[in-house]
Ligand binder design. Structure first.
Ligand code: GDP
Ligand code: IMO
Ligand code: MG
Length: 431
């Protein structure tokens, strides 16, 4: 099959950036299919750290084409900053990056609307990244707004004015102060000019032609399954389709072209922003995980909430995505724990147990039921092979494989490209 999908199985930040970068040499094209600047994908190699927000994580491999798909919402101001950051590091992206003409644009007023909506929600706020994601997708589905292909139209600024007039009436309704808009608009129009140096394509044709030519495509997800607008912990979700099916609608490739679905998960769980999190730890163990895993957001710097691995949620993500291989990240973060807990079931208030992820997770108020595992109490960052990994970690992985009926084919033991181990079941290579 031509198109493999790589996506998060939890609440985001599983390590997608690292693995896409490691796997990219197996592909001709890496394509982002949803999300926008709410994403922060971190890559570490040659002693340097890079954080990407909207640009696909194959960008450091010059021979690979990187595509921003129609399912993405693109902020031109953030894009310009990202590209300039890459130029400073000597990476020329003009040749190997193209953008779908159908990609939806985030306008400065989308960011204001995001802030206004969150302020109005008060304590009930989603904890959004304030990048304008929700309002931009709202406009897309309301069939009003601008796409990348529109920026070359001679009446672009008239089109912009029409959308702004809409947004203005909503901001007036909220009583939200938009006195900084003129400054934001100046940056926006400069960024639109900057954007024009890139190739805008009918990406659905480019990708389908590549499929006919037997080229290989890796679809890179953002966020994670539990933040999906349909299947996540609604309403505490993002506004896009983060699941494997989203790769089809977000790129214009048919389901029959999808091959492997690589599901990335951390050896524990994290979540940024508000919303239910059954295995969350509010104690010193949670703090220890946060410190050991440097669990602070790549986009907003917010401390991430931490907790134990949640098997009902992982099994649900396997079912929704048709995950064919599981990739376990940040195993090294659990190096120094005597006991490692895994949630096997949820318990309702009436004592009933379930292995399923409830549609009303928040209201269901489930409590986790745990199984205890012995910690490995050793530093695995230097391990280069599966055989070198401690037997307690093997047991942990075996339990996850048995619970999900999906093989774990990659174990990540540190942030660097080189700190990555493939198991004997892996059918791919890494750089
Ligand atoms: P993404 O959004 O899924 O790409 O993930 P992020 O980049 O937001 O967060 C993952 C964080 O964990 C980044 O800081 C990575 O550098 C780091 N990381 C990735 N894999 C590992 C690992 O195996 N061990 C450790 N300690 N850190 C890792
Ligand atoms: P990556 O791709 C983790 C969370 C926000 C908030 C909710 C809605 O790096 O894994 P939004 O700004 O999308 O309206 O926020 O979703 N969120 C993420 N959490 N990783 C991400 O992306 C996220 N993108 C959004 O914190 O709870
Ligand atoms: Mg991230």
């Amino acid at each position: 099959m031509a198109v493999d999908v790589l996506l998060g199985m939890q609440w985001g930040d599983e390590g997608k950036g690292k693995v896409v970068d490691c796997m990219a040499p197996n592909y001709d094209i890496v394509a982002r299919f949803q999300g926008g600047p709410n994403a922060g994908h971190t890559l570490v190699f040659d002693g340097k750290k890079h954080v990407l927000h909207q640009i696909p994580s194959g960008i450091f491999h010059q021979h690979i084409l990187n595509v921003i798909g129609n399912g993405v919402v693109l902020d031109p101001i953030v894009f310009q900053k990202e590209i300039n950051g890459l130029i400073e590091r000597g990476i020329d992206t003009v040749q190997n990056l193209s953008i779908s003409k159908r990609t939806f644009l985030i306008l400065p007023s989308h960011r204001l609307l995001d802030a206004a909506s969150e302020a109005q929600k008060g304590k009930e706020k989603i904890g959004s990244t304030l990048k304008g994601i929700g309002p931009a997708y709202q406009d897309k589905y309301a069939r009003q707004g601008l796409r990348v292909g529109d920026v070359v139209r001679s009446d672009f600024s008239d089109l912009y004015d029409k959308v702004w007039a809409n947004h203005k009436s909503v901001l007036d309704h909220y009583g939200y102060d938009y006195s900084n808009l003129a400054a934001l608009e100046k940056d926006f129009f400069a960024a639109i000019e900057f954007l024009k140096r890139f190739t805008f394509v009918e990406a659905e044709y480019e990708l389908n032609k590549a499929i006919v030519q037997n080229k290989k495509i890796l679809a890179e997800g953002a966020q994670g399954t539990l933040l999906d607008v349909d299947f996540g912990s609604y309403p505490f979700v993002t506004s896009s389709s983060t699941i494997a099916a989203g790769a089809c609608t977000g790129l214009g490739v048919a389901p029959r072209h999808i091959g492997e679905v690589y599901g990335i998960f951390k050896a524990y769980c994290t979540r940024v922003g508000s919303g239910p999190f059954p295995t969350e730890l509010h104690d010193e163990v949670g703090e220890k995980i946060r410190q050991a895993g440097h669990e602070f957001g790549s986009t907003t710097g917010r401390p991430r909430r931490t907790g134990w691995l949640d098997i009902p949620a992982l099994k649900y993500a396997v079912m929704i995505n048709g995950t064919t291989q599981l990739l376990m990240m940040k195993a090294d973060v659990l190096n120094d724990f005597d006991e490692i807990m895994v949630c096997t079931h949820y318990e309702f208030d009436n004592g009933e147990l379930t292995e399923e992820f409830p549609a009303d997770l928040g209201a269901a108020n489930v409590k986790p039921v745990y199984k205890s595992f012995k910690g490995w109490k050793s530093d695995i960052r230097a391990c280069k092979t599966v055989d070198a990994l401690p037997k307690e970690l093997h047991e942990y992985v075996r339990f996850i494989e048995e619970s999900t009926a999906v093989p774990v084919t990659l174990i990540s033991v540190g942030p660097d490209r080189s700190e990555t181990i493939l198991t004997e079941k892996a059918n791919f290579t890494i750089c």
